[in-house]
Design a protein around this ligand. Structure first.
Ligand code: TEU
Ligand code: CA
Length: 541
């Protein structure tokens, strides 16, 4: 989509999210790896995306799928080596694909050398000052320092045991106990992450996705109630201003914020011209598949981003949420992180029809767009994984009430008629780390490759058209009335996107030429739950 060498490629890039351990397994151990990614670079280039975002690829005990980082300057041995990562970056650039990696600054793994040193050094040590260690409350310090709860459920504090076996201080973890929070008031923490950014920019990485970007700084007294005590504090912005100076030093490197923020004005503070380039638009992801709500979210997004001059982004799924083919097949198509509703009845035929229309919607809107691995294959959430195979810490820490996120992380089906569907090589020594449903025999990339009506073909055609439409690169959006139930907008003078969210087929604007539709027209009309890209007839001046 974006000009390959444009400084501001991130303003309209189509970015494909690779959750490495579920993408492609090159060595047959059932876990995705960098060799597997390299083998699929031609597929990604053919798909027509501009960049790849890798979820964390660092050494990790995998307590939270790699978001518990043990070394920010190396590669998880199960994925490959640092040398292989550097070669992959070069190979991807050779295909015209930029590389974005995930940075996890809020916390590390409890196996990170700094945390091991903090445990060994004991109370009051400089090593512990890099984290949030505090004595407990109560007669023997048996109660946590405050009553904060972890975002994954359960207390946000875990008590340590001193070398002599006596109970010691507690440490803070907003996520799992294996993910101790850094103390971002500490200069060494700030220096370390500036060095980590440089380490990867020096190796050719084009951007970083900043995990949990609004959580880094905390109320120093740890006295305020959650979540204001550790969410979206004003002092977090100084960090991103320093990171932006580094990104600008390297030129055309993008800082992408994961900012879950209901207050859209505070959300766009992260996108000021001296801070992050873009941030994920989760309001759009969580929005119900309803005309008025979609239009309101799109308007609010564009209105809030305009004053800071930042591009919007459009994302439908990722590794944390129920896949949208399933979400849009439910009676209630809205999504909330606190209530995944796994197993709720869903009409997957309707869900896929809507996901096809949503692909055209998200790819036509002004700004950047994300495609989560498997979106292009029309994958639904796998809701019936055996509980004993679930690895998401949310499952156990929620008291097994929240099935967690494994269902959107099942390894991608590439080819064949039975598992591992080409995810692993034929002579694989192990099954994929999560079992793939047999129904995915109809979902493989190979099976969809030459099918003119497949989701894969739709994404390929849409991404290719998007890249060829200058209007989609920079121009804004103008709504127009295309009839009852239509969500319809122009990009520039003659490109239009029309989504039929109504109850009856829709006549297309007079004189319009159909460029692409998410489903077959009905007697020349746009059926319900279907989207279309049009070339509008020239208007008579
Ligand atoms: O997610 C941050 C975040 O807010 C989500 O964790 C959300 O609250 C969670 O998925 C519960 O619904 C990032 C990563 O995307 C996620 O995969 C990690 O688990 C989390 O940070 C901790 O690093
Ligand atoms: Ca492997």
């Amino acid at each position: 989509m974006a000009e390959k060498n444009s400084e501001q490629w991130w303003r309209s890039a189509a970015i494909y999210q690779v959750y490495i351990r579920s993408f492609a397994d090159g060595n047959g151990d059932g876990i995705g790896d960098l060799d597997g990614v390299r083998a699929q670079l031609p597929y990604l280039a053919e798909l027509g995306v501009d960049a790849i975002w890798f979820n964390p690829w660092y050494p990790s005990p995998m307590a939270d799928g790699g978001y518990d980082v043990a070394d920010y300057r190396d590669i998880n041995a199960a994925f490959g080596t640092l040398a292989e990562a550097e070669k992959l970056i070069a190979d991807a650039h050779g295909y015209g694909l930029r590389i974005i990696i995930d940075i996890v600054p809020n916390h590390c793994s409890d196996e990170h050398r700094w945390f091991r040193a903090a445990l060994a050094a004991g109370p009051g040590s400089p090593e512990r000052a890099r984290f949030w260690f505090r004595p407990g409350r109560g007669g023997d310090g048996e109660l946590p320092p405050n009553d904060w709860t972890s975002i994954f459920g359960g207390p946000a504090w875990t008590r340590t045991t001193d070398e002599d076996g006596t109970p010691g201080e507690w440490y803070l973890h907003l996520f799992a106990p294996q993910q101790p929070d850094f103390n971002w008031d500490h200069p060494e923490v700030r220096q370390e992450f500036e060095a980590v950014l440089r380490f990867w920019f020096d190796r050719g990485v084009d951007g970083v996705r900043i995990d949990s970007a609004a959580l880094l700084t905390k109320d120093p007294e740890l006295a305020e109630p959650a979540p204001s005590a550790f969410t979206d504090r004003d002092d977090v912005h100084a960090i991103y201003r320093s990171w932006r100076r580094i990104a600008d030093e390297y030129g055309s490197r993008a800082l992408i914020g994961e900012v879950w923020m209901p207050d859209v004005e505070r959300f766009t503070r992260y996108l000021r011209s001296d801070e992050l380039h873009v941030a994920f638009n989760f309001d759009f992801l969580c929005c119900a598949w309803e005309l008025d709500r979609l239009r309101a979210v799109i308007d609010a997004t564009l209105a809030s981003h305009a004053p800071v001059g930042a591009p919007a982004t459009w994302v439908l799924s990722n590794h944390d949420v129920v896949r949208h083919v399933t979400r849009y097949g439910r009676a209630n198509t809205a999504f909330g992180m606190a209530d995944r509703r796994i197993g709720e009845p869903a009409d997957l035929v309707l869900g896929e029809q809507r996901a096809r229309a949503a692909a055209l919607l998200s790819l036509a809107l002004p700004g950047g767009v994300y495609v989560y691995q498997g979106d292009e294959l029309g994958l639904a959430e796998v809701e019936d994984l055996p509980d004993e195979l679930r690895q998401d810490p949310i499952f156990s820490r929620s008291g097994y009430t929240d099935k967690g996120r494994d269902g959107c992380r099942v390894p991608v089906p590439w080819s064949g008629i039975h598992p591992p569907f080409g995810f692993s090589p034929e002579q694989a020594t192990a099954a994929p780390w999560l079992p793939q449903p047999q129904s995915w025999a109809r979902r493989t990339a190979a099976g969809q490759d030459t099918d003119p009506n497949s989701m894969l073909t739709l994404y390929r055609q849409a991404l290719r058209l998007r890249r060829a439409q200058p209007a989609l690169l920079t121009l804004g959006l103008d709504w127009f009335d295309a009839g009852e139930g239509a969500l319809a907008f122009r990009r520039g003078p003659d490109f239009a996107c029309v989504i039929n969210l109504g109850d009856t087929p829709l006549a297309l604007p007079a004189g319009a030429t159909l460029l692409l539709a998410s489903g077959p027209l009905l007697d020349g009309q746009l059926p319900t739950e279907t989207g279309a890209w049009l070339r509008l007839a020239p208007t008579r001046e």
